[in-house]
Design a protein around this ligand. Structure first.
Ligand code: ZN
Length: 389
């Protein structure tokens, strides 16, 4: 038995097809074919809108879902981080309820896979249901080099628990500045074959710290009483300072990238295998009312993926809302390019492109119907997305 859907347009994951083609799907959700109506036979469901493969949310922190509407917008990054640390601990059932609700929202609006940052095992009960595919990025950070070994042991324990339940997981650094060189060295031993992600160049101070050992990060080390006597500035930006550690990673996802430069992008593309640049447009809007350097990345032909970040810094976990914000600021970017970031590129970054990300025969990518596009094929305030398979 097949289901057949005919809509105004079909986005295949890499290409936009006009002329109302018919998408043929098997009962188990796997793609059979895209064909002309004349060849499709009977029982074709008529839909208005655009059919897309399911979305891939390349950066989320599902375990922070209970912080929805808790931290006010536009605090700036430093204040934001302070608030997260003080607000993240609440009763277990509050956390679990929020995780379930947040996942349900993602499921309904068409997200089929998530690159999810984890500091805890709070999300495992939900992930075990396998409604959405996850790559759990077990995030480690510590400024104190003497604790590096203990951190790794704790991380491996969390990673194993995910993997025992058939949920992909890797050990990842939080950010260039929050991981001691000892911890970096130990981490790299665990990178092989994995997708590794990192928050990258969120502030200018992050670059200052590595380039000249100046800026507000010195205060962070002072507050935590970690000596910086042995830290020599590298003379390089943060991302270029830690590039050598990524050699063993199979794929990498750099997240935010607000203060990256052409030279950084070129260095990453040269030395970091299969790198992807994740933009979290609404999170940047929420925290600092800024936009990531999307045109800079496009000019260097960087592989772009998209993420919602967490409910601590977003109004929704909805990839279409991310596309809306990007199109508002950069109307010149065509819809098929944006959808490619949200589907095929994301699937590649998470090493899930064999099963999802495009309408290729045999894949089970999920099917999303996007309704209410403008005549110019633009996403507007009234455009919505929902999963139909
Ligand atoms: Zn994040």
């Amino acid at each position: 038995m097949y289901q057949k859907f005919q809509a105004d347009q079909v986005f295949t994951g890499t290409q936009l097809l006009d002329g109302r083609p018919v998408l043929v799907v098997r009962e188990d959700g796997s793609i059979e074919d895209i064909i002309a109506k004349e060849d499709a036979g009977e029982d074709i469901q008529q839909l208005n809108g655009l059919l897309s493969p399911g979305f891939v949310n390349a950066h989320c922190h599902l375990e922070l879902s209970h912080l929805k509407n808790v931290i006010p917008p536009h605090t700036g990054l430093q204040e934001f981080v302070k608030q997260i640390v003080s607000l993240r601990k609440v009763e277990e059932h509050v956390i679990a309820d929020a995780i379930e609700k947040a996942e349900d929202e993602m499921f309904q609006n068409g997200i089929v896979a998530v690159g999810d940052i984890c500091n805890t095992l709070d999300t495992i009960e939900q992930k075990i249901k396998h409604r959405i595919a996850y790559y759990s990025f077990v995030e480690l950070y510590d400024l104190d080099p003497t604790r590096a070994h203990d951190k790794i042991i704790t991380g491996i324990d969390i990673q194993n628990k995910f993997q025992e339940n058939c949920i992909r997981a890797s050990l990842v650094p939080h950010a260039p500045y929050s991981v001691s060189f000892n911890l970096w060295k130990l981490l790299t031993e665990h990178f092989e074959s994995h997708t590794i992600t990192m928050h990258n160049q969120e502030t200018k101070d992050e670059n200052d710290f590595f380039e000249t050992k100046t800026g507000s990060f010195l205060g962070m080390y002072e507050r935590t009483k970690v000596s910086l006597d042995f830290f020599e500035p590298t003379g390089l930006t943060s991302v270029r300072s830690v590039l050598p550690y990524f050699k063993k990673a199979h794929r990498s996802i750099l997240v935010h990238n607000s203060f990256t430069s052409v030279e950084d992008i070129q260095a990453v593309q040269k030395e970091m295998p299969n790198s992807f640049w994740c933009i979290c447009a609404n999170a940047n809007q929420y925290i600092e009312q800024t936009m990531p350097p999307i045109e800079l990345l496009r000019s260097q032909k960087a592989n772009i993926v998209m993420g919602t970040d967490s409910y601590a810094s977003n109004w929704s976990l909805d990839m279409l809302d991310e596309i809306k914000t990007i199109q508002q600021h950069l109307p010149q970017i065509p819809l098929d390019e944006l959808l490619g970031w949200a589907t095929f590129n994301g699937a590649q970054a998470l090493q899930m492109d064999k099963g999802i990300g495009s309408f290729e025969k045999g894949k089970k990518p999920g099917i999303v119907l996007i309704e209410g596009l403008s005549n110019e094929n633009k996403v507007t305030e009234s455009t919505s997305s929902r999963r139909i398979v």
